[in-house]
Each structure stands twice: as C-alpha cells, then as structure tokens.
Ligand binder design. Structure first.
Ligand SMILES: [Zn+2]
Ligand SMILES: [Zn+2]
Length: 349
C-alpha cells in the first residue's frame, strides 16, 4: 500500500509500505476512506531526528473495515468506522471511566514495533483492540458525500479535543469563555463551548478567514492582538477576566496569554500538546485560585454523544478542512499547514 512516512525534520514522503495484515484475534484491518494532517503532526515534522528507514505518521482517519480477527465482536467487514487518535481496549478501569487515553492496554498509531499498528496517513491501517477502539457508523459508506465524511473525521480528534477543552474547563449555561488559538481545535472548542451553553465566547486569533469561521461556530468577539495588548483587550471585554479559558495551542506564549486573561477563581483548560516542560504554576495560579486542567483528550469517550449532531447536520465541524489533497500529495499538505496556507488538510487515499 501507499502511506506517508516521516524520515526526519521537514522530510515526509509517500512510500510503498507493507499491506497491513491481522496479527492478533483482536485486530482489524481498515481501508482508509479519509485521513488528515493534525497540527500535532507538525511537531515531529519540525523536530524529528533523522530516520533513514522512515516511520508511519498520522492518527486521524475514517474507513471501512476490511477484515477482522476471530475475537472481534463489534465491527464487521464492510462497516464504516471512526478511529479515535489512540488505541484503547474499552474494558479496563480507565476506558470504563471515559479516559481511554490512559488505557492500560492501549497505544498510539504507527506503533510498528509494539502493537504493529500502522499510521493513519495511508491506504489501510492495522487496528489493534478493534472492539475498544473503533466506532461503527451505520448508514455511512465510502461514497457518502465528502462534507459528511469531513465532519465524521473531526470526531477522530479535533472536535472531540475541542469538546474536552470545554468540558474540563467547566463551561456551563451562560459562561463567559475565552478560546486561545484559531487552529482547528480552537475553532471547534468555540463550537463545543457554544453547545455546552456559553453565552460570551472571545476567540483569540490572528487569521481573519479562521476567526470568521470561529464566528460562524459561535464566537461573539474576536481579539487579534497578542501579548499584553491582547490580554488587555480580553480583560476589557470580559469585565476583568474570563471565567473559563481554553488554551488550544500548546506553546508557552499561549499559556501565558491564558494566565493573563483568566479571572480570579477561574479555570484554564489546556488541550494543545505542550511544547514546554516547565512553566509558571506557582503563585500566579495559587494567589488567584486559578484551576489548571485539561490534557490529552479521550475523544473515544465523546463520539457517541457528538455523532448524532454530525449525522443530522445540526453541526458541521468538517468546515475546518479547507484543503483536500490526494494522499500522494501529502508532503504538499504538510508544507501548506506548516506555512499556514491551509487550516487543516484532508487526505483522500
Ligand atoms: Zn490530531
Ligand atoms: Zn482500556
């Protein structure tokens, strides 16, 4: 099959890779219908060590089950499925608690040396623990219109991650929320905050086409300024600070921005993968009783709840995909996202 592999910083290529084959009775093989590039894929794209052999990349995909192992009970060949961005067993303590990202048997996509799973950015994927991991969607096929496929694909990561931000941030009816970041997760955090009852949603972002989409998703105000100027603008708009702040970037300046705009007694939820190891967590939080929460989103836990709105068209999270490319042009997709020419790139095998 054809698949995107990462060979080092700035070097992704479409290569011939082995066809996935069942290894355990709990595995499935899924033929990918659509996959995509994540903002978090750009971190290894920037920093990865040189790897002459290359390794698979990609963790967001939807597809059709091709083959299942003898112990797989919840999906059958021919089923359309959503794959969340982590593998999970569905039965351990953490899976039952809705924290599938901490599954004791779970793992990541592209774990060729462990579970044998392949990456999401390919023509097919070996899925370990298929019963726990995959969510079948009746009535959808590979030929369903692309707009619906795009929205279903957001349930793999970005919509569920935005939802996790709003949920752990404690958004409730009438909340005032500030969302930091106009990437796909930030925009879908706006949508999620709106769905969870937020009344005032301030979106901090600099790209007008993205923040316009944020307004469509429910943002009531947009602040393009950053740093002290941005913080002042948000504090003015929110009468001294925002009760809930959703930090959807993962870089230190975004976290500092969150600290600047949060109201005393408020909550900061972070869902961008932190690109820092240390940071201000001492008196700056303590003296103002600020809660720091969020983390890697167990999107598997949210699919059942979010799927009906996608299927009936009441939400259209797939609008975050502004670019669709054939898998063979995957490297161009990485370049486009890296250079901010594309918000989010969907790949068609
Ligand atoms: Zn992702
Ligand atoms: Zn588990």
């Amino acid at each position: 099959m054809r698949a995107i592999h990462l060979f080092g910083a700035g070097d992704v290529r479409v290569v011939d890779a082995p066809d996935p084959a069942l290894r355990r009775p709990t595995d499935a093989v899924v033929r990918v219908v659509r996959s995509c590039i994540c903002g978090s894929d750009l971190h290894p794209f920037h920093n990865a060590e040189r790897d002459e052999a290359g390794h698979p990349i990609g963790h967001e995909f939807v597809g059709v089950v091709e083959e299942v192992g003898s112990e797989v009970a919840t999906v059958r060949p021919g089923d359309f499925v959503i794959a969340p961005f982590v593998v999970s067993c569905g039965v351990c303590e953490f899976c039952r608690a809705g924290l599938q990202t901490s599954c004791v048997r779970g793992g990541w996509w592209g774990d060729t040396e462990g579970s044998g799973s392949s990456g999401g950015q390919g023509e097919a994927v070996l899925v370990p623990l298929a019963d726990g991991t995959l969510v079948p969607v009746p009535g959808i096929t590979a030929d369903t219109d692309e707009r619906m496929l795009a929205s279903l694909l957001t349930l793999s990561d970005v919509y569920g991650t935005g939802w996790h931000a709003a949920l752990t941030g404690g958004v409730s009816q009438g909340s005032t929320v500030t969302v930091i970041g106009d990437g796909a997760v930030g925009l879908l955090a706006v949508l999620a905050a709106r769905q969870q009852g937020a009344e005032r949603i301030v979106l901090m972002g600099r790209h007008a086409t993205r923040t316009d989409l944020g307004r469509d998703f429910g943002a009531t105000d947009v602040v393009a300024a950053r740093g002290e100027e941005g913080i002042e603008a948000v504090r003015d708009l929110t009468d001294g600070g925002s009760q809930v702040v959703l930090e959807c970037v993962g870089m230190m300046p975004a976290y500092e921005q969150a600290l600047g705009v949060v109201r005393p007694g408020g909550t900061i939820s972070r869902v961008g993968v932190p690109q820092y190891t240390d940071g201000p967590v001492g008196r700056v939080l303590f003296s103002r009783n600020v809660t720091l929460t969020g983390g890697v989103a167990p999107t598997r836990a949210y699919i059942d709840e979010l799927l009906p709105g996608v299927l009936d068209g009441s939400v259209d999270p797939g609008r975050v995909f502004d670019t669709v490319l054939p898998l063979e042009q995957g490297p161009e997709g990485y370049a486009a996202m890296d250079e901010r020419r594309a918000l989010k790139v969907m790949l068609r095998p």
